[in-house]
Design a protein around this ligand. Sequence first.
Ligand code: ACO
Length: 314
Amino acid sequence: MSKFARIIGTGSYLPPEIVTNNDLSKTIDTSDEWISSRTGIKQRHIVSTETTCDLAQIAAENALEMAGIKSTELDLIILATTTPDKIFPATATLLQTAIGATCPAFDLQAVCAGFIFALTTAEQYIKTGAAEKVLVIGSETLSRIVDWNDRSTAILFGDGAGAVVLSGSNEGGILHSKILSDGKYLSALQVNNNYINQTGFIQMSGNEVFKIAVSSLSTLAEETLKSCGMTAEQLDWMVPHQANIRIIVAIAKRIKTPLDKVIITLDKHGNTSAASIPLALDVAVRDGRIQKGQTLLLEGIGAGFSWGSVLLKF
Ligand code: ACO
């Protein structure tokens, strides 16, 4: 049985269409200055006809290629998404067929914490010996549940996908993981449909979400480091959920991590929910910032609230 679950490949994909803050200011009462200063976001990618599965497929194929394994060698696929293509079947099974895999595949829904929850689940399969090679993806077409007339939410979100291939390993890999949920915050952040067959849109109390995100993720980062007997100086990189630069700065400040050790992609991607962490990870792996053997802290929070962290040796 393997001691650790280790990332052996990363991949991502963004749909080609870019919507800038200036583009948004033509249809809603906002400005690039307001959005940039309050969120750090400058642009986001938006799908035209692509589905959540389409985005996931390209991200997954990129990750498999880096890992040097074929899709038929996978033992499990876990797809974190808030925006599945259908109520059923699971988008993960659509993806399984699209990439030519034969293993079990399921969706996991923990909104913006989805990738952390999926990674943690995959880790358990590998550590118990139930699986050796697992594909974990975060893929979202959030633009389909954004009310493009609501300036308080339309400025934040984007579409995209990120993926990792995990393998059993006796050195390196995930050293610590933790997931948490507290379901009493329905009114702070939700999609406003009561029935699953009604179209709904994201509704959010931005200030409340902001405060909870900073406080939950800062506390979790401190606890994670403490559990591992580590200090923030021993981290090579933080790869946080990309929601708002002010949330990221506040957490980095509280755990005394300089911003040049934090991977930031929200300026170009916006908030891509479950896709944001694996997207940021893949960008930094491919541009050479994240190197094999380095220590990374991944953290995310989403509606519910659900939140979690993974500390790993890359
Ligand atoms: N353009 C211009 N003005 C705006 C806009 C806009 N897009 N949106 C709101 N305003 C106005 C408001 O109407 C308000 O005007 P008023 O003072 O006349 O009433 C003013 O700007 C201030 O509004 P606030 O909501 O207080 O602005 P705040 O500084 O809190 O920023 C924001 C709002 C950016 C949404 C912030 O609260 C935030 O990012 N919160 C976190 C939310 C988040 O990240 N959600 C993602 C999902 S959950 C997750 O991923 C963690």
